[in-house]
Design a protein around this ligand. Structure first.
Ligand code: TYD
Length: 199
């Protein structure tokens, strides 16, 4: 089973991820993330930091996904393990639909085409919803900001996440990311355990 965690920067995904690592240790899931595949992770980080070509950046995110799938996700799923990924393909549909505006006539169509046939669709996606203003305030004291971390940009990203959710209502579970971290963790842990027990 493949579970993904999605949400804008500052939505608390990393805190949730760390909490799940502790809480679900008995299930022995494989915890992983995008970007960060074995040999492309560094190139993606560099593309984000340099911020000079959205198309190159988008292509690297896709390549990172392909390597992630081939080397990490697919082998673990074939072994029957639970895989939990901090960001996955919905991040591309949410972020690159904004960053590719003007670089591609129809970013959504391109993203759909580029993922079709080989990518694996998650079984469940938890979407952490928060106002971009509050999300950015949380990121406030983290030092230098990535180019994605702008209020208007994140407003659009979040809208794309919500569109994606309305197109895939059975896969998405919406989480109010303004709730206390412990409440969120309790809810997500319970939802995952229920799903595992139903299998
Ligand atoms: P990351 O450092 O993992 O940020 P976070 O801790 O918020 O998850 O990811 C870097 C940035 O890359 C983040 O702002 C989201 C963005 N991103 C995309 O634009 N497209 C993608 O496909 C992925 C996986 C991430």
């Amino acid at each position: 089973m493949l579970i993904t965690l999605e949400g804008i920067d500052g939505s608390g995904k990393s805190t949730l991820y760390r909490g799940l690592e502790e809480r679900l240790a008995d299930v022995n899931p494989l915890f992983t993330r995008e970007p960060g595949s074995p040999y492309l992770g560094e190139a993606v980080r560099r593309a984000i930091a340099e911020n000079n070509d959205p198309l190159a950046e988008a292509a690297l995110f896709v390549a990172d996904h392909a390597v992630h799938l081939a080397t990490v996700v697919r082998p673990a799923l074939e072994e029957g393990r639970l895989v939990i990924s901090d960001r996955y393909s919905d991040s591309r549909f949410a972020y690159q639909q904004v960053s590719l505006k003007g670089y591609h006539e129809n970013p959504k169509q391109w993203l759909t085409a580029v993922h079709s046939r080989w990518s694996i669709v998650p079984d469940i996606t938890f979407l952490l919803l928060i106002s971009p203003k509050n999300a950015l305030a949380r990121l406030g004291d983290r030092g230098e900001k990535e180019h994605f971390e702008q209020e208007e940009f994140l407003e659009e990203v979040q809208k794309n996440y919500l569109d994606r959710m309305s197109e895939n209502p059975n896969r998405f579970i919406l989480v109010d990311a303004e709730l206390p971290a412990e409440t969120i963790l309790d809810f997500v842990e319970k939802s995952i355990r229920e799903r595992i027990n139903k299998q």
